[in-house]
Design a protein around this ligand. Structure first.
Ligand SMILES: [Cu+2]
Length: 148
């Protein structure tokens, strides 16, 4: 009888829960930020995200910036422009989403100090479902031809 008793409560739990069986969790890797001189208005930061479940990157913070915005780049009359993604960025389950130069990126607004190559920037990423991810971004220059 024991196996039956064990299975019944689990089955009930699954039937009552609208949640998917995958725990919302986002893995963040390869985080980096561009260098910035003291008094720079903004600097780009990049990270690779992979989510187990459908989720959204909805915000970010850093102790060395006034605020962090989520931006995207798009062509507008032959000119590359960036704009803020007010609703964040979709992270489809199982897919790798790369925030990179020339594409979606994080914009650290108002760096509070110079960001020197070789240093590090702490970033906290907030998601709709998954718990926040704290990452350490390396400060390094972008490869040539990948501005901004
Ligand atoms: Cu930007």
């Amino acid at each position: 009888m024991k196996p039956v008793l064990l299975i019944a409560p689990l089955a009930l739990l699954a039937a009552c829960s609208p949640q998917p069986l995958v725990d919302p969790a986002v893995t963040a890797s390869d985080a980096w930020c561009r260098p910035a001189v003291a008094g720079a208005r903004a600097v780009g930061c990049y990270v690779t995200l992979q989510s187990a479940a459908d989720d959204r990157l909805v915000g970010a913070q850093s102790p060395v910036g006034e605020r962090v915005e989520i931006h995207t780049m798009s062509m507008d009359g032959g000119v590359m422009r960036m704009r803020q993604l007010e609703d964040g960025l979709a992270l489809p389950a199982g897919e790798t989403t790369s925030l990179k130069p020339g594409a979606d990126h994080l914009m650290l607004i108002g760096p509070t100090a110079a960001l020197e190559e070789g240093g590090e920037v702490a970033l906290t990423l907030n998601f709709e479902k998954a718990p926040p991810a704290v990452v350490t971004a390396q400060i390094r220059s972008a490869p040539h031809g990948m501005e901004p």
